[in-house]
Design a protein around this ligand. Sequence first.
Ligand SMILES: Nc1ncnc2c1ncn2[C@@H]1O[C@H](COP(=O)(O)OP(=O)(O)OP(=O)(O)O)[C@@H](O)[C@H]1O
Ligand SMILES: [Mg+2]
Length: 274
Amino acid sequence: MNSQIDVAEGAAATRPTEIEFSGIEKRFETAEGTVHALQDINLSFARGEFIVLLGPSGCGKTTLLRIAAGLLRPSNGRVLIGGRDLWQNDQRDNKAVQELGVVFQEANLMPWYNIEQNIALPLKLRGASKQDRLQRAHELCKLVGISGFERRWPRELSGGMRQRAAIARALSYDPEILLMDEPFGALDAMTRDQMNIEIQRIWMQSERTVLFVTHSISEAVFLADRIILLSPRPGRVHSITDVSFERPRDMRLQTTLEFQSIVRDLREELEEMG
Ligand SMILES: Nc1ncnc2c1ncn2[C@@H]1O[C@H](COP(=O)(O)OP(=O)(O)OP(=O)(O)O)[C@@H](O)[C@H]1O
Ligand SMILES: [Mg+2]
C-alpha cells in the first residue's frame, strides 16, 4: 500500500499543480447526528493528469468532487485550484470556479432547449454573442461526436448522446479542469466502453486535467494515470496506483494480463476494506 503523497510523481512532476487538497475534512450535521464523510485528504494533481477516484459506496467520492467543484465547503482544510484558494474568508473564489467544468451521472440537460442551446448555455450566462455561441456549440458537437444533432431536443437523443452533450456543455467555456461524477454509470456496458474511448480521445485532444469518479474498477484502470482508492467512511486515501499503459488505450488492453492484474489487486484491496 502506498502512503499519501503530496507531490505528483513521474512525468507529472514537471507540470504545474492544478488541484490540491490539503488536510480536507468534511462533516455533515444531520438530524441523526454528525456524519464524518472525509478525513485528512492530502492530494495534489498535476495539469493534464487523468485522475480516478475509486472506493466503496458512501466513502465520500461525490463529496470530494463537490468540494473540488466549490459546491460544498470543507469543514477543515484547503482546496487550491491552479494555485488559488477556492475559499477565502468564507467567500468562494469565483475566478477559480471558472476553471472547472462539471459532469454528473445524469446529463441534466434543459428539456426546453435544443442540444446546441444546452451546450452553449454557460456561454450565454457569460455574455457571449449568439454567433459565437452557435459556432462553439457546433465545434463541440463535432469534438464529442454528436454532429448533426445540434437542433434536436434532449429527449430525442440516447443516454450516451445526452452524456456527450453534457460533456460538451462542460467544455464550452474552456475550463482547465473537468470534474466527472460517474458520468457513464447509467449507460449499458457497450455504450460505456465506447464512452470510455471517447472521453480518452477528448481528454487527449483538449489537454484538460480530469478528476473522474467511478464504482467500476476496470473503468478506473482503463482511464486513469493515477487511481486514488478511498477507504470506507470517513473517506481517507487508502492507496494510490499509477497506471502507465500507453495511450491511446483501446478495449483490447482489458484482455491483457497486466491490466487484469491491476484490476485484481484493486479488487482485493476493496474486499479487504470490507
Ligand atoms: N448533504 C449531506 N448531508 C448529510 N450527509 C451527507 C450529505 N452528502 C453526503 N452525505 C453522507 O456522506 C457520506 C459520503 O457520501 P458520498 O455521496 O460522498 O459517497 P460516495 O462515495 O459518492 O457514494 P456512492 O458511491 O454511493 O455515490 C455518506 O455517508 C452520505 O450519506
Ligand atoms: Mg457518489
